[in-house]
Write a protein that binds this ligand. Structure first.
Ligand SMILES: NC(=O)c1ccc[n+]([C@@H]2O[C@H](COP(=O)([O-])OP(=O)(O)OC[C@H]3O[C@@H](n4cnc5c(N)ncnc54)[C@H](OP(=O)(O)O)[C@@H]3O)[C@@H](O)[C@H]2O)c1
Length: 268
């Protein structure tokens, strides 16, 4: 069944819901009638967003403020959500950060925080909510990876490795879930114009990325929620992104790695 039809006593948890793809996922889920629990660090942004979505779509929207990169904060958030009066039937593990640049030139704290959020938080939340979904034989997890997780990406090593973890974990769990009524989707968007892109420094490293390749967050969110409803193992929105992911996965590393290094040095 994957993501069940909306009910008043159920909720879908969306992490990193205060902007970008997470906000778009929240809006798309609410548009389809789902109640929500929005998780991120910025309380005021979340509250204002929750009020707007609730008014626009007549669904209940709760807010859980947490720094998911910090173990205590994310455990407290999980406990608070589990102690709530609604059943969690969906989880969008969307919160994530990117860093672009040579591995050894990055601030160690920033790369460690990336792994804590992109890997540890996603792993812990999946572990926390999946058993109950399996017990009820309904539920859908959408783990937001990236096309950059389908192979190693120089100048993006920790990020691409973190997203490779997300893809491998999600697809393996999905196979384990066969026949349970629950799905776990590895969701791999290509470039989307969001705050993360501006903050990550990608425009300095890969200024050649044509703007036509950037997708609209709303379109990406529609594909993500479709994948949850359809109980999909994997979803890569867009043909160009599917080709990129296939190339990263199946072409020899001796071809892909030098190409990516050369591309990141192009002067335009
Ligand atoms: N944009 C792209 O091109 C692209 C492409 C492929 C995949 N993705 C993936 O899509 C996901 C969303 O990215 P985005 O581009 O939409 O980014 P974004 O606009 O920067 O949003 C990131 C979200 O994560 C939250 N967040 C960041 N650090 C957090 C922390 N420590 N604890 C809790 N929440 C935290 C932020 O909220 P607060 O600041 O309020 O905490 C925000 O809501 C990420 O996993 C990213 O890797 C993005």
């Amino acid at each position: 069944m994957a993501l069940p039809d909306p009910r008043a006593d159920t909720t879908v948890v969306v992490t990193g819901a205060s902007s970008g793809i997470g906000e778009a996922l929240a809006r798309e889920l609410a548009r389809r009638g789902h109640g929500l629990t929005l998780v991120a660090r910025r309380r005021d942004v979340l509250r204002s967003l929750a009020g707007g979505i609730a008014a626009d779509h007549r669904v209940r929207v709760d807010v859980e403020v947490a720094d998911l990169a910090k173990p205590r904060s994310r455990t407290a958030a999980v406990r608070a959500i589990q102690a709530g009066d609604r059943t969690v039937v969906g989880l969008c593990n969307n919160a994530g950060v990117g860093r672009f640049g040579a591995f050894w030139e990055e601030e160690p704290e920033q790369l460690n925080a990336l792994v804590a959020l992109n890997v540890n938080a996603l792993h812990e939340l999946t572990l926390a909510f999946l058993p109950e979904m399996v017990g009820r034989e309904e539920g859908a997890i959408l783990n937001v990876a990236s096309i950059l997780g389908h192979g190693p990406v120089p100048n993006n090593a920790s990020y691409s490795a973190s997203k490779a973890f997300v893809i491998t974990l999600s697809e393996a769990i999905h196979a384990e879930l066969a026949g349970t009524g629950v799905s776990c989707t590895a969701f791999s968007p290509g470039p989307v114009h969001t705050d993360a892109i501006a903050a990550s420094g990608v425009e300095d490293v890969a200024p050649f990325t044509p703007s036509a390749l950037f997708a609209d967050a709303g379109d990406v969110a529609r594909a993500g929620v479709d994948a949850m409803e359809g109980g999909r193992r994997s979803s890569i929105p867009g043909v160009v992104n599917q080709l990129f992911a296939a190339g990263s996965r199946y072409l020899p590393r001796t071809v892909t790695l030098p190409l990516q290094v050369a591309a990141s040095r192009l002067p335009f």
